[in-house]
Design a binder for this molecule. Sequence first.
Ligand code: UDP
Length: 349
Amino acid sequence: MRIAEIAPPWVRVPPQGYGGIEWIISLLCDGLVDRGHDVTLYASGDSKTKARLSAPFDYAVSLGGKDFYDAVHPMAIQTMPAFLEAERYDIIHDHTGAMAACLGALSDTPVLHTLHGPFNPDVRRLCRMIADEIYFNSISDSQRSGCPELNYVGTIYNAVEVETYPLRAEKEAYALFLGRFSEDKGAHNAIYIAQQANIPLHMAGKVDPGADAHYFKEHIEPHIDGEHIVYEGEVGGQRKRELLAGARFLLFPIQWEEPFGLVMTEALACGTPVVADAMGAAPEIVKDGEVGVLVGKGEWDEMVAVIKSGRLDDIDPNHCREYVHERFSVEAMVSGYEAAFEKILLDRA
Ligand code: UDP
């Protein structure tokens, strides 16, 4: 198949630090090329891929602090060429949100739109408006339940390249928070829980300018002391893997409808159990009692009790890794997209 994949312009593919969508795009492009497909990736010029790279920008464009007007133009610059060249492709697969979804609705070449965020009233309204024109893919059943009536080809889970993560059975004393510092991800809840459970907490992730920077300054920074609450900034590559593998467990006290939560699968790949509250896709990723523990939505004191009980220490690291490999392998994800493309082409034939 001749396939166009469109990445957002904000982070190179694959990312060097933060970036979930871009990891998925990277693994998917390489996997599709390995299976003999002719793949063109629209991404920034510093990206590394087995696909043919079409790069409107030499480097990833920093989203930092951009308002909507500033942001919408780079998004259009990266997305538009795929549609201008649409007749070159059997299918266009986009990961960029509203921009490519709208262009896709006007395209003769079939378009698969992978939803990477949660639904809100405007996203739902737009998706319903173009529901007959493009095909949708959800990355969890929980995400899909936010707007179940669209033309879904399936739920294709994100994947983790397990072999690139170290398995470590002997853990250190700390709990880990890894991700975006935003209220949704519950970094402040992680601090509360670690303090109540009396365990050291290592925190790593990116802080976006604007609301997240304000949140960080107000709710996170005052607690950082380099001993009980250790802050490492944004991490990538080796350091990220060391942190994940050494942690006693990953703390995932979210307060939003998490569409997937790649970081949970990365922790499991390292044999590190996950403690999360049962929101969004967390129950689809963490099998309660087997590779981690789920508590009720926002039940932070219950989380503290779970940690104090030592239940997380009884979880077998080898099993966590096997479990994640079985459920969230790159092979399964690539096969899922391959099958989805074939289904769409058959539908359009
Ligand atoms: N990440 C990273 N370094 C950081 C913070 C996050 O490499 O300092 C990675 C993390 O390992 C994961 C991705 O960024 O691969 C975040 O994806 P996730 O689905 O967990 O969260 P979201 O896309 O909602 O931010």
